[in-house]
Design a protein around this ligand. Sequence first.
Ligand SMILES: Nc1ncnc2c1ncn2[C@@H]1O[C@H](COP(=O)(O)OP(=O)(O)O)[C@@H](O)[C@H]1O
Ligand SMILES: [Mg+2]
Length: 365
Amino acid sequence: MKILEINYINFRNLDDSNTKFFPNLNLFFGKNGQGKTSLLEAVYFGATGQSFRTAKASEILKYGASKAGVYIVYEDMIGRKTLTVKFVNGKKEYSYNDKKVAYDEFYGKLNVVTYIPEDIILITGSPSVRRTFFDGEIAQTSNEYFQNLKSYNKILKIRNRYLKEQKTQSPEFSVYEEQFIYYGARVIAARLEYVSKISIILNLNYRKLFDDKKELNLVYSSDIGDLKKMSVEEIESLLKERIKKRFSMEKRYGFSLCGPQKDDFLFVLNGHEAKSTASQGEKKSIVFSLKLSEIDMVIRAKRENPVLLIDDISSYFDTNRKNSVLDYLEKRNIQVLLSSTGGLGIDSENFYVESGVIEYGKEIR
Ligand SMILES: Nc1ncnc2c1ncn2[C@@H]1O[C@H](COP(=O)(O)OP(=O)(O)O)[C@@H](O)[C@H]1O
Ligand SMILES: [Mg+2]
């Protein structure tokens, strides 16, 4: 997939305009505070309906504005397509090929992978950070997962309400219980499958790019048990058993104590959890390997290259490593949009960013 063009209105400090991208490396350079990250954020917003900087969509509104919009033209193997996200009156509206669609029809059409300095939180942050991330990744290539997760979250809310209001004796509770187990097991099964696939790729990427003497694994950690290689039915019965054991406690606490909303994804480097043992440099390398592995996961699932967004590339890599990474991406014909405060000494299409204006073809100073 390649993004051909983006249009934005009232997006942060960007001047309302459009920018055309090239099929390979696009470098956005300029001083700090000029709008480089905002541009990448606008691309991400147009592709996913989300920001990678904030959970509050209203923050992307240009100061003083009440609505904003991003329009993207991209192409995949089939042809030219468009996506629109409008943010009006606190609500988002989505279009695909100029037709209004619901979010679940919009999400995952244009696949993007991002690498931003804040991503280190995927290692250092709480389990919910990792769940949100992996849920988004799995959903971007599996609409079935998107739907199962949505149903699960809905039923989890209802179940929690019943537990809190002590209504577990009511006849409908057992119906909810069945659905809770049904969707919960499917969410867990899909995560397990994703983890088993990406873990292999992750290790290969890490060893190839960073350290061939170490072994990196991604492990799914669930409190319902050791879940290696299990069928959905087996997971269902484990989850059921676990709930039975914990039910009196759940009633006491007034919310659900087991299920995918409690699980975690662990990065394990040479047998030790990276969160507590890896060095700062190793953490960055793990996250970058993860992002490259995501690219492979998208290619496997969709037979399409995702678009890669890299913000502030110089802040993670020395020159050698940076060149080997960019070389690798170029060989694979992946469109990359990257930002930097200075030149990178690479062969790229260059855009100069100043006060929200993006200008193509300027010499890097
Ligand atoms: N909602 C907003 N409306 C207008 N300007 C904003 C908004 N949010 C941030 N800014 C400003 O936009 C400028 C560009 O920010 P950013 O894209 O992060 O710059 P860069 O990545 O080039 O360093 C900053 O000066 C910031 O204060
Ligand atoms: Mg920035």
